[in-house]
Design a protein around this ligand. Structure first.
Ligand code: ATP
Length: 350
């Protein structure tokens, strides 16, 4: 059964429509991410789900309970959810134990049971032994885990996370992704996660909802979002992409870019004379020679060495193409003449 159901949810603030109509379901035990640029309405949807915002129209269901509609509003404390918001810091004047115990204390859980549950929650987030520390004696990542322990201690059926890793450095952020996913798996809870970081969304989610200006652009598992983006917006927002204007040469999907690059793509629906081809940098191989379908000559204009890869910007007759090169293979210099081999491309209406 769907754990969460949004039925055509509309949210307006005064005259401004932030969410024009949002429909989606989240399955029991699913890790679902709302992904989109700043201001697209992700936090608003999460706050509606938590019960901090009322809906202007539409319905939100948790299991078979209607929790939000224009005439119904179940308050946050009655929704059985745990939350970690970006701004939801741990309380600095309480030690770790008391921070985590707080949700149980306000529910009147007996002392001994409370102790056991707090220690179990701390164990889940790998903070056992630190219960007497004050937050100021913890690293950023440990504080974030205290917030997480506090969110799961009351054993919610659903966990809402709004950019919970945003204050961490890159390394810790990456490590926490795997920990979060592991915690979710172990507890079997439903997670709705909000981020504008596509790598985070890709690494953890069962499905991703890509949002743009309050509207759902695509709902799919990470690999499908990446490999089969439905729109130009999704292709551009998730991963890197080169956009190149192309002429359709035949209805079988043959397109031409510039003078000499011929590609085979799946054409968008409808009849088009011109389309926008989208090519991911990692789908291009760079070499000294080659010819035929999918190849094009070019000149290396810029080159950036990144350690694990080399980014090349190559000028071709169809426009500039960014290519991800492998440092262990041939290296090219600015000014070199090269051949690009394009393995895969999408096409969108122009
Ligand atoms: P970010 O990643 O920056 O947090 P977001 O995708 O979470 O962005 P929201 O915070 O949901 O976006 O905001 C969506 C839009 O709604 C924004 O244009 C914002 O200015 C507007 N908005 C949010 N809350 C209110 C409010 N209380 N009153 C008026 N406008 C609001």
């Amino acid at each position: 059964m769907a754990h969460i159901r949004f039925n055509n949810v509309v949210k307006r603030f005064g005259d401004v429509t932030v969410i024009p109509g949002f429909s989606a379901t989240v399955a029991d035990g699913e890790f679902l991410t709302l992904l989109g640029p700043s201001g697209c309405g992700k936090t608003t949807m999460l706050r509606i789900l938590a019960g901090f915002e009322k809906v202007t129209d539409g319905e939100v269901w948790l299991g078979d309970t209607l929790v939000s509609s224009p005439s119904v509003h179940v308050p946050p404390e009655k929704r059985n959810i745990g939350m970690v918001f970006q701004s939801y810091a741990v309380w600095p004047h309480m030690n770790v134990f008391d921070n985590v115990a707080y949700p149980l204390r306000i529910r009147g859980v007996p002392r001994q049971e409370m102790r056991e549950r707090v220690l179990r929650a701390l164990e889940i987030v790998h903070l056992q032994g630190l219960e007497n520390r004050m937050p100021s004696q913890l690293s950023g990542g440990q504080q974030q885990r205290v917030a997480l322990a506090r969110a799961i201690v009351a054993e919610p059926k659903m966990l809402l996370l709004d950019e919970p890793l945003s204050n961490l450095d890159a390394k810790l952020r990456e490590a926490m992704r795997f920990e979060l996913k592991e915690i979710q798996r172990r507890l079997g809870i439903t997670v709705v996660y909000v981020t504008h970081d596509q790598a985070e969304a890709m690494a953890m989610s069962d499905r991703i909802i890509v949002m743009n200006k309050g509207v759902i652009e695509q709902v799919a598992p990470p690999a499908e979002i990446y490999d089969r983006p439905k729109s130009r917006f999704v292709a551009d927002f998730v991963g890197l992409v080169n956009f190149l204007e192309a002429t359709v040469e035949s209805a079988d999907g043959t397109i031409r870019i510039g003078d000499d690059l011929v590609l085979k793509v799946q054409l968008p629906e409808g009849s088009h004379q011109r389309v926008l081809a989208a090519v991911r940098p990692e789908h291009v191989r760079i070499s000294r020679e080659g010819s035929g379908v999918g190849t094009v000559k070019g000149t290396v204009k810029r080159r950036y060495y990144l350690g694990d890869q080399i980014d090349y910007f190559v000028e071709t007759s169809g426009g500039e193409v960014r290519v991800t090169g492998n440092p262990l293979e041939d290296q090219f210099n600015e000014g070199d003449t090269v051949v690009l081999h394009i393995g895969h491309a999408f096409a969108f209406p122009l």
